[in-house]
Design a protein around this ligand. Structure first.
Ligand SMILES: NC(=O)C1=CN([C@@H]2O[C@H](COP(=O)(O)OP(=O)(O)OC[C@H]3O[C@@H](n4cnc5c(N)ncnc54)[C@H](OP(=O)(O)O)[C@@H]3O)[C@@H](O)[C@H]2O)C=CC1
Ligand SMILES: O=C(CO)COP(=O)(O)O
Length: 337
């Protein structure tokens, strides 16, 4: 039986805590929010963020970070990306060599352009760092619908350890050494999903959605590969897989926020309405900054930035994408002479 702490009790932390407990781990869930822990203790259910998913009676809930972190083999870091650094910094004094921190949030830090695993390595040098992501909505994981994800780490043994504690008959976990590719896939897809939601909000159809997904994975891949990620990762679960689920799912907060913006809400109004974290809004500026830094063309992500931060109407953004200079689909393909 592994001793595990889930750091962050939003919808994802709650769903993963349930998976770990089902697999026989002893699970402690931490949140910075007192009211959230009080509710979990009393109701054994996150009634706001994951209603209908009952958590077991012997699961521990705490706001005491030291108690949560100490003596655990695995620390699952599930706070939204903007709180990753502050939470990792607070954990650092309690983390001992050999403890494994698994980053399950999705994002890129706006001011440093660092991935979340890089942030955790910087803040908690004692820890081994792993990531886990893939097409996995908490609402479906929470009720045991078959789901696949990938556990990533530089060392195979670390990734396989994460695979061991999470894997069961409805939660299949693959492994990968391409941590960078996984993290870029997981965060960039949220920005494209905002665009897919905008298209839905504008009343556009399946053709538009397919175009955004296909051209979206191309721009995600262009950037990720230029940064050193592997092409296979972008065409796998943590790339195209996660992009598809986020652009299509009724559970996606990014798609939902995009849809509201397409219907005329401001970014702020849409985020307030969704109530849970909309990571694509935080990753959008970082994505475009990375595109500039690495000299990569990312037209969809550029237009999403204009809609989010410059009040450009979503309809106008789609029109501009449609009216870009004509070009070949794959510029590297050669023509007959
Ligand atoms: N939900 C999903 O299906 C999936 C989510 N993810 C990723 O997991 C991460 C977490 O998402 P999710 O659980 O859905 O988010 P939620 O919006 O459901 O929950 C966010 C949690 O963070 C808490 N919080 C607020 N302030 C702080 C703080 N200062 N420090 C630490 N925590 C704080 C919130 O408290 P409060 O209630 O007060 O806001 C809440 O418990 C995101 O990066 C997301 O992309 C990945 C895969 C699936
Ligand atoms: O990352 C996710 C599914 O894999 C969750 O996406 P949303 O944050 O858009 O709900």
């Amino acid at each position: 039986m592994a001793k595990v702490a889930v750091i962050g009790a939003g919808s994802w932390g709650t769903a993963l805590a349930k998976v770990l407990h089902t697999n026989g781990s002893q699970v402690t869930v931490w949140s910075i929010v007192e009211a959230e822990i009080a509710m979990l203790r009393e109701r054994h259910e996150h009634v706001d963020k994951l209603p209908g998913v009952k958590l077991p009676e012997d699961m521990e809930f705490t706001t005491d970070l030291k108690a949560a972190v100490e003596d655990k083999e695995y620390l699952i870091l599930a706070v939204p990306s903007v709180f990753t650094r502050s939470t990792a910094k607070s954990m650092a004094p309690f983390v001992k060599a050999g403890q494994i921190i698994v980053c399950v949030a999705k994002g890129i830090e706006e001011n440093t352009l660092m991935t979340l695993s890089d942030i955790v390595e910087e803040e908690v040098p004692a820890a081994e760092v792993a990531v886990m992501c893939g097409p996995s909505h908490a609402e479906e994981v929470g009720v045991g619908l078959p789901t696949t994800v990938v556990a990533g780490a530089k060392k195979r043994k670390v990734a396989e350890g994460v695979q061991d504690i999470f894997m069961n008959e409805v939660f299949r976990v693959y492994t990968s050494p391409d941590v960078l590719g996984m993290e870029l896939g997981g965060s960039l897809k949220n920005v494209i999903a905002l665009a897919a939601g905008m298209a839905d909000g504008l009343g556009y159809g399946d053709n538009t959605k397919a175009a955004l997904i296909t051209r979206g994975i191309m721009e995600m891949s262009r950037l990720a590969i230029k940064m050193g990620a592997k092409a296979e990762t972008l065409s796998g679960l943590t790339g195209i897989g996660d992009l598809i689920v986020t652009c299509e799912s009724r559970h996606s907060r990014n798609r939902k926020a995009g849809m509201l913006i397409g219907q005329g809400y401001t970014m702020k109004q849409a985020m307030d309405e969704v109530k849970m974290v909309v990571e694509g809004v935080y990753s959008a500026k970082a994505a475009i900054a990375l595109a500039k830094k690495y000299g990569v063309d990312m037209p969809i992500i550029e237009e999403v930035n204009c809609v989010l931060f410059e009040d450009k109407p979503a309809k106008e953004a789609v029109r501009e994408l449609m009216m870009r200079d004509r070009r070949a689909e794959h510029s590297a393909l050669e023509w007959e002479a």
